[in-house]
Design a protein around this ligand. Structure first.
Ligand SMILES: [Zn+2]
Length: 236
C-alpha cells in the first residue's frame, strides 16, 4: 500500500497542507489510510510567519545550530523511519501563476507522482538553490507550489493526483519541463519586469517562474525569481 507524507508549512504562513488535509477528510476519506499529515515548521506555523531563524530551503544542510535546521534533521529522520513512498512538500506563493511541481530532478522515486499529476509545469531547480532544500536531499519528494488563493478545484485536482498515484495511473495532459536558474535583478529593466507573465515566454528571452509583484522589494535578495531559457515537452 502506498504511503504518502503530506508535509505542510515548511514556510509557516503557507497553509496548503492544512487545507488539503481538511479537504481530504471532508470529501475524500478513501485517501486517509494512504496519507500522513505533518506540519514541517511548527513554530513558524503557530506564529503565522514564514520562518523563525532561517528559510527552510536553506536549512537541509546537515547542521543543527538553529531551529529550522533542527526541524529539517527531525523531518528527514522521520521520513527515513516511516519509509514513505512519496513526500509532497506543500507550498503556496503570492506570485500569480498556475500550479507547478518543483524538484531537483525527475527520477525513478518521484516520476510516478509527476506522471499521475494534472499539474502541467515541472520546474527543475538548479543544484545550487536546491541542495539545502528538502527536494535536494530527499529524491522521493516533490514540492507543490500553488497560488495562495487556494480554490476548491485545486484541492480536488490534488486529490485526483494522489488517487492516480496510488492506483499507478497517469494523467495525460501536456506537461513541460523548465530547467531554471535565478533571475537576477539586473537582468531586466523595470518596464520588461512589468510585462513578465510566469510560464509565458517573454521579450528578454526566457520563461519567468515565481516572479511576483513583491519581487523587487524583497529584502535581502538580489534576484527576482527564476527563469528558464527553454521548455521541453514532458513525455508521460
Ligand atoms: Zn513555500
Amino acid at each position: 500500500m502506498s504511503k504518502i507524507l503530506l508535509l505542510g508549512s515548511h514556510h509557516g504562513d503557507e497553509l496548503l497542507g492544512d487545507k488539503l488535509i481538511r479537504y481530504i477528510k471532508a470529501h475524500h476519506p478513501e485517501l486517509i489510510k494512504h496519507v500522513e499529515f505533518k506540519i514541517a515548521n511548527l513554530k513558524a506555523h503557530s506564529k503565522n510567519v514564514r520562518y523563525i531563524e532561517s528559510d527552510v530551503n536553506q536549512s537541509y544542510n546537515g547542521k543543527k545550530d538553529i531551529y529550522e535546521e533542527r526541524r529539517a534533521g527531525k523531518i528527514l529522520e522521520y521520513i527515513k523511519e516511516s519509509s514513505f513512498d512519496l513526500v509532497l512538500d506543500l507550498h503556496t506563493t503570492s506570485c500569480d501563476q498556475p500550479p507547478s511541481l518543483i524538484m531537483a530532478s525527475i527520477n525513478p522515486d518521484n516520476k510516478r507522482f509527476i506522471d499521475a499529476s494534472t499539474i502541467r509545469h515541472l520546474v527543475i531547480m538548479e543544484p545550487k538553490t536546491v541542495s539545502t532544500a528538502l527536494n535536494g536531499v530527499c529524491p522521493n519528494s516533490v514540492a507543490v507550489e500553488i497560488n495562495r488563493h487556494i480554490a476548491d478545484v485545486t484541492l480536488e485536482n490534488l486529490c485526483g493526483d494522489i488517487q492516480r498515484y496510488i492506483d499507478g495511473k497517469k494523467a495525460y495532459v501536456d506537461k513541460y519541463i523548465y530547467e531554471v536558474d535565478l533571475l537576477k535583478n539586473d537582468e531586466v529593466t523595470v518596464s520588461q519586469f512589468e510585462k513578465l507573465r510566469n510560464f509565458e515566454y517573454s521579450d528578454p528571452g526566457f520563461y519567468p517562474i515565481l516572479v511576483g509583484e513583491s519581487s523587487y522589494q524583497k529584502q535581502g535578495y538580489d534576484y527576482l525569481g527564476f527563469k528558464a531559457t527553454e521548455r521541453k515537452k514532458y513525455k508521460v
